[in-house]
Design a protein around this ligand. Structure first.
Ligand code: CA
Ligand code: CA
Length: 145
């Protein structure tokens, strides 16, 4: 999988964006997916950079969650801002990461990302339920480098 365009079809991308939209209906939290071809530094460091570049560290309740994928590195990171991170703890991130990884391992990239979005959405809705007046702080579209 060396081509970013081959990673997900446009239909699959639409399904992911729709999963984000649905997840965000139940929470004030914000979920984003960023996909890029390769990463020359530590993927976790790069995910933090992307988190910042996408202004995901700027949500009102610090409840942004990023799924970062470096296609050529066959690597990904799921990362949450302080608000959500302080509540859910490491076990949540690890189990969500494992869910994504099990789909990625068999080439189901769309499903892996959707599973990650859904899991993040569940945790966010539990701790940051949607309230009247919430708005879409961050675009739901897939960000690509
Ligand atoms: Ca929102
Ligand atoms: Ca959003």
């Amino acid at each position: 999988m060396s081509n970013l365009e081959d990673f997900l079809t446009s239909k699959e991308e639409e399904e992911i964006v729709e999963a984000i939209r649905i997840a965000e209906c139940d929470t004030s939290g914000e979920i984003r997916v960023h996909i890029e071809r390769n990463c020359n530094i530590d993927v976790y460091e790069r995910a933090l950079d992307v988190f910042h570049i996408l202004k995901m560290d700027n949500t009102k309740q610090q409840n942004g969650v990023l799924i970062y994928v470096a296609v050529d590195n066959k690597s990904f990171v799921i990362f949450g801002d302080h608000g959500i991170n302080n509540i859910v703890g490491t076990d949540f991130w690890n189990s969500t990461r494992d869910k994504i990884a099990s789909q990625f391992k068999v080439g189901n990239f769309k499903q892996g990302i959707i599973d990650g979005v859904t899991e993040a959405g569940k945790a966010l809705s539990k701790h940051f339920p949607w309230e009247h007046g919430d708005h879409d702080e961050l675009d739901n579209t897939i960000s690509k480098a």
